[in-house]
Design a protein around this ligand. Structure first.
Ligand code: NAP
Length: 319
């Protein structure tokens, strides 16, 4: 039986990835920062909490990480733990930079010291590219991050590449564009639009208050994106892959689509300029051809189909 450690197990991707690896008969060790405060909502929702072994580890502490590697002897580590919000990274850049960079360096240093055969997946992000004029983005593009989050992920990405090339470790990075699901944190825009629309429909709130709705992003479906993580780790060579839908869509189009579904008037949209981000990325979309050709990763969902699924799930779970 293969043993995989998943850091960030309680997050959206951690939960879907754990479900996928359990289906593939892995033993899963889920790492959390604090056992007494572990948030099992996502794992409970997927009905897999009982199938995961939980442990606590400070991912910036090499001694603690080596202790964890000794205890579980994993073949694979999926590193998903991060302060993952761009908005939060502007509020608290130091925590974001400190954890998102140091954790990756500490994990890789520990693997180098303890067992160089352990495979490592790094959760990289499209936010590393920032504002880029030429689209779609491929793996060959230079980084130009526009937020502390993007900078932290770009630094972590280069650390991952450095351990792969300098020490011959199996380190693969998935450069994922935005991906959504029912389990997405409440602060993220797609979840917020769907949840608030449902509340407007049910008379619980009056307005949807949003920032810049003319920005465009490449959105996909999280349960399909975690499949790419698994495929990257099974490939014979560790490389970097863009995981994206290949198209961008504006926040305005998404709100209009959801509002039409719920039959809500567009005058319920309030644009608040205080919510505009400094240095906002206007438009971004990726080219997933490498992942499709080399990993046989299959993805052909339109984001409107994803929205239909998310709306249905939100209605089912609304109380
Ligand atoms: P998420 O739902 O925000 O989950 C983040 C996970 O990281 C949670 O389990 C959280 O644990 C953990 N974490 C945060 N800060 C930590 C700290 N200081 N110490 C230990 N653990 C910490 O994120 P996600 O959407 O699943 O994304 C997974 C990874 O992919 C992240 O690295 C994210 O940056 C990256 N990514 C996501 C997207 C996307 O669209 N979702 C796109 C590109 C890249 P707690 O439960 O304790 O808070």
């Amino acid at each position: 039986m293969k043993i995989a450690i998943i850091t960030g197990i309680t997050g959206q991707d951690g939960a879907y990835l754990a479900k996928l690896l359990l289906e593939k008969k892995y033993k899963i060790v889920g790492i959390t920062r604090d056992m007494s405060k572990i948030k099992t909502f996502n794992l409970d929702y997927l009905n897999i909490t009982k199938d995961v072994t939980f442990d606590c580890c400070d991912l910036t502490n090499v001694l603690e990480i080596i202790g964890m590697l000794k205890k579980y002897q994993p073949q694979e580590i999926y590193n998903l733990a991060a302060q993952s919000s761009v908005k939060e990274s502007f509020k608290d850049p130091l925590t974001t930079l400190n954890f998102n960079i140091l954790s990756v360096a500490s994990l890789l240093e520990s693997i180098k010291i303890f067992d160089k055969t352990i495979k490592f997946y790094q959760a990289s992000s499209s936010e590393m590219f920032g504002n880029i004029k030429r689209l779609p983005i491929t793996e060959a593009f230079a980084f130009n991050p526009a937020s502390p989050y993007g900078i932290s992920k770009a630094s972590a990405h280069w650390i991952a590449i450095n351990y792969r090339s300098s020490f011959n470790l199996f380190v693969t990075s998935g450069i994922l564009f935005n991906h959504e699901s029912f389990l997405r944190g409440e602060d993220f825009i797609i979840k917020k639009i769907i949840k608030k629309s449902l509340e407007i429909k049910n008379g619980r709130v009056d307005k949807l208050i949003v920032g810049d709705i003319d920005i465009r992003r490449d959105f996909g479906y999280a349960p399909k994106y975690v499949e790419a993580m698994y495929l990257m780790m099974q490939h014979s060579e560790p490389e970097d892959y863009i995981i994206a839908s290949g198209k961008s869509i504006s926040i305005r189009e998404i709100i209009y689509y959801v509002f039409d579904k719920f039959n809500i008037s567009k005058n319920k949209i309030v644009v608040n300029k205080n919510l505009f981000r400094p240095n906002e990325i206007k438009n971004i979309y990726g080219d997933p051809r490498k992942a499709k050709e080399k990993l046989y990763w299959e993805y052909d969902m339109s984001f409107f189909n994803v929205l239909d699924l998310l709306i249905e799930e939100e209605i089912k779970n609304y109380d």
